[in-house]
Design a protein around this ligand. Structure first.
Ligand code: BT5
Length: 251
């Protein structure tokens, strides 16, 4: 690693590593600073959802970046982080895929999620925080997650050394952040699509209307292209994409 995680903040417990990283950014922390916690008591997903973060079992980390990018060019960095996580778990024998915009999934179960947040100053980016929650050793999830979450350990049957996982993941994150920072979405789009499940039909809600179709890769700005059976093409720029079981698709 040349820049990511050279500076680290290691916490036994905190509310959210994203909040800790943002607070440090406001006090001048450097590009590449990584905040890691063993537990979070207010781990967050998107749209005020919570992220289950039991102590000592999994990775909860946030990367502080100070990219020279326009604010609108920052959010797709989530896609680059997803590639890094997907490759790391795949190298450990997990059959993982990317699900737009921020999930790493095994089948329909979520293994990891990415939460990118940023702060601007005078119209330019002051800092971005890329938070990653990766389930490594959890074997028992709370009831609401039991059917929709998984971990490396559940997939492989093997316990995971969190220190080793962190180091390898940071190396991959640095490589993919570098690629994104140099070439934007164009530099990672093909790699992202190769790791995404583009066979699975999906449902998305666009302007209040539910659309079903096939994901067909990324647009130039990181939006997901979804094509209906009729051939109609849509751009998904925000929200959730539901993977439909093949048999449940409405005709
Ligand atoms: C995400 O949100 O997937 C982003 C998760 C980012 C978590 C990291 S941990 C380090 C850093 N600090 C933070 O505070 N956050 C980041 P979203 O796409 O909105 O998905 C959230 C949904 O995932 C929840 O509503 C649950 O359904 C589900 N979920 C919650 N905890 C989970 C877990 N541990 N494993 C799998 N699914 C989970």
């Amino acid at each position: 690693m040349t820049w990511l995680g050279i500076r680290r903040v290691e916490l036994a417990s905190c509310g959210s590593t994203n909040d800790e990283a943002a607070a440090r950014a406001r006090s001048g922390a450097e590009h590449g600073t990584v905040v890691i916690a063993s537990a979070q008591h207010a781990g967050r997903g998107r749209m005020a959802r919570s992220w289950h973060s039991p102590a000592g079992q999994n990775l909860y980390l946030s990367c502080l970046l100070r990219p020279h990018l326009e604010p609108r060019a920052v959010p797709p960095i989530t896609l680059a982080a997803g590639i890094a996580v997907c490759d790391e778990v795949t190298s450990r024998g997990v059959d993982a895929r990317l699900k737009w915009p921020n999930d790493v999934v095994v089948g329909r179960r979520k293994l990891a999620g990415v939460l990118t947040e940023m702060a601007t100053r005078g119209g330019s980016v002051d800092h971005a925080v890329i938070g990653i929650g990766l389930n490594a050793n959890t074997t028992h999830f709370p009831p609401e997650l039991g059917a929709i979450a998984t971990s490396i350990r559940l997939e492989t049957g093997l316990p995971v050394d969190l220190g080793d996982l962190l180091e390898r993941l940071l190396e991959r994150l640095e490589q993919w952040f570098d690629r994104f920072l140099a070439g934007g979405v164009a530099g990672i789009a093909e790699s992202w699509s190769r790791r995404a499940d583009l066979e699975h039909p999906v449902a998305v809600v666009l302007d209040g209307v539910r659309i079903e179709g096939r994901p067909a890769g990324l647009d130039h700005d990181g939006a997901l292209i979804v094509i209906e059976d009729t051939g109609r093409r849509h751009r998904v720029v925000a929200g959730d994409v539901d993977l439909l079981p093949f048999e449940e698709r409405t005709p």
